[in-house]
Design a protein around this ligand. Structure first.
Ligand code: C2O
Length: 577
């Protein structure tokens, strides 16, 4: 505050102390809002784990699988010291956290930081601003997030509450994907051969496959409930490469939130969660005391592509009136949709309406972007490194640019320090060639160009992005995630986006807010956001195989002129390459 300006008038010397007194009165009268700082130590290490009758070493945090749950309130700060005692480089990403002005703590390897080397440490520091609900954290280096993940739960401020009555039971349900092999070997094999990676051996709920798999019934996750209990299930899809259907036998699910934003509650029997997404559902234990399966299995939208078609289960277990558990009976199995039931997915996603929030959806657009999302191929000479379909290697792209990341620095460091030659800012705002995206795409358009191309956004600009799936190789549902932001989903549809007729159907009244959008198979989705968080932000498909093939790009959001509109300086312990 400027103090010098008050000296000119005699009355101001009298007003200033009075003003200060009133300010103090106001401060002490206000309800105490104690924002806390939470400290965590994450030790990344190798841990022997037994699943599906086999034991092998996986990478964990603190020896736990899934890793520790982080709980905090909106407004709190987190300080997480990560020490790498494993043999691989690692970074940790706080999926969905906005990281206002702190992109250094976002975590994607070679985008906002160089990796933490074996033996190294890095402390992530950030504040939770205006977000509530379920998020999660995961490794953002190679495919290590297959086992390095955990829940990140943001409760309302102590002066506030959920927009629904507080449930008796509140439990994270993290859906994962399990391989009987070292995941880095699975990745290296795919990257070497150019072919699709091996599919997983199991899905998991909170790290356990459940009793439909061999050697798994003893360790099946059980959620004990009493008749009449209300239960909040915080469903997180941490699977590496697979969208999942999720259901609880005989119980209606009321969807109340997704990706750390509340929505208008709606009822459903089944939900679909894309990799990266979270969905909060309420249920009431109003069925006869018995055992009911909580189950998840694949929603696989690509045609003729192999996928893991197994089913993971946990058990919702009623206490009997005598006080014991109903353990004897075989659990009731829910009806899960067929693996390719896109109609059920469309009906489900179509029910999402946002809660009116302080942030309004932008009605005018400054940046109108159109990105194709899809697979691609690079022709190669037959041999061990050319195992993709018809003498090719798999690739993937947005607007025909297959993303290549630097290896000697991160994009954010290069941008902040003005290092030349690391990236260019000519990522195409629209496809370089217009074609029938979801039709019969000619082979000449299947080969992308590799590059490190970013797109610059002015601080405060209103951004719209049309995400258009392509039929290159096969149409497929892609879960596209934007770092550092959440966005409004204003429209979705099938076929090619029509810029003349489709905008009139946009929901600009109560669109849902998300950080990861499942672009419908053979269709499109339109998102909007205000570029109010400066930094370098990765925008990518959350199927790790597609990310490794290049399905992503990064935005630079420039600093604004106001206070609190600039990227903070990098922390002193930021890892160097
Ligand atoms: Cu949850 Cu870039 O990722």
């Amino acid at each position: 505050m400027e103090a010098s300006s008050s000296s000119s008038s005699s009355s101001s010397s009298y007003i200033a102390p009075l003003f200060l007194f009133l300010l103090q009165l106001l401060f002490f009268a206000a309800p105490m809002e104690c924002a806390e700082t939470h400290y965590h130590n994450f030790i990344v290490q190798e841990t022997a784990v037994n699943r599906l009758c086999k034991s092998h070493n996986i990478i964990t945090v603190n020896g736990q699988f899934p890793g520790p749950t982080i709980s905090a309130r909106n407004g709190d700060s987190l300080v997480i010291r990560v020490t790498n005692r494993a043999r691989y480089n690692i970074t940790i990403h706080w999926h969905g956290i906005r990281q206002m002005r702190t992109p250094w703590a976002d975590g994607p390897e070679y985008v906002t930081q160089c990796p933490i080397r074996p033996g190294g440490t890095y402390t992530y520091r950030f504040t939770l601003e205006n977000q509530e609900g379920t998020l999660w954290w995961h490794a953002h280096s190679k495919w290590l997030r297959a086992t390095v993940y955990g829940a990140l739960i943001i409760f309302p401020k102590s002066s506030s509450s959920f927009p629904f009555s507080t449930p008796k039971i509140d439990v994270p349900i993290i859906l994962g994907e399990w391989w009987n092999r070292n995941i880095v070997d699975v990745m290296r094999q795919a990257m070497f051969t150019g072919a699709a990676p091996n599919v997983s051996d199991a899905y998991t709920i909170n790290g356990q496959p459940g009793d439909l798999y061999p050697c798994s019934s003893q360790s099946t996750v059980r959620i004990p409930v009493s008749q009449g209990d209300t239960v909040l299930l915080r469903v997180i899809n941490a699977a590496l490469n697979q969208q999942l259907f999720f259901s609880v036998a005989n119980h209606k699910l009321t969807v109340v939130g997704a990706d750390a934003a509340y929505n208008k509650p709606f009822a459903t029997n089944v939900i679909m969660v894309g990799p990266g997404q979270t969905t909060n559902v309420l249920l009431t234990a109003d069925q006869p005391p018995a055992r009911y399966y909580i189950a998840a299995r694949a929603y696989a939208s690509a045609q003729n592509a192999p996928f893991d078609n197994t089913t993971t289960t946990a058990v919702l277990e009623y206490r009997t009136s005598a006080g014991g558990q109903s353990t004897s009976s075989r659990p009731v199995m829910p009806q899960l949709p067929a693996f390719n039931d896109t109609a059920t997915v469309t009906a489900f996603t179509g029910k999402f309406r946002g809660l009116p929030s302080v942030a309004k959806v932008p009605t005018k657009v400054d940046e109108n972007l159109f990105f194709t999302v899809g697979l691609g191929f690079v022709n190669c000479t037959p041999g061990p490194r050319c195992q993709g379909p018809n003498n090719t290697r798999f690739a993937a792209s947005m607007n025909n640019v297959s993303m290549v990341l630097p290896t000697k620095t991160s994009l954010l460091q290069a941008y902040y320090q003005n290092t030349p030659g690391v990236f260019t800012t000519d990522f195409p705002p629209v496809p370089p060639v217009v074609f029938d995206y979801t039709g019969n795409v000619s082979r000449g358009l299947w080969q992308p160009k590799f590059g490190t191309k970013l797109y610059k956004l002015k601080f405060g600009s209103n951004v719209q992005i049309v995400l258009q799936d392509t039929a290159i190789f096969s149409t497929e549902d892609h879960p596209i995630h934007l770092h550092g932001y959440h966005f409004f989903v204003v429209g979705q549809g099938f076929g090619n986006f029509n810029a003349k007729s489709d905008p009139s159907k946009f929901n600009l009244v109560d669109p849902p807010v998300r950080n990861t959008i499942d672009v419908p198979v053979g269709g499109w989705a339109v998102i909007r956001f205000v570029a109010d968080n400066p930094g370098v932000w990765l925008f990518h498909c959350h199927i790790d195989a597609h990310l490794a093939w290049g399905l992503g790009m990064s935005f630079i959001v420039e600093n604004g002129n106001g206070k609190s509109q600039s990227v903070e300086p990098p922390p002193a312990d930021l890892p160097q390459c």
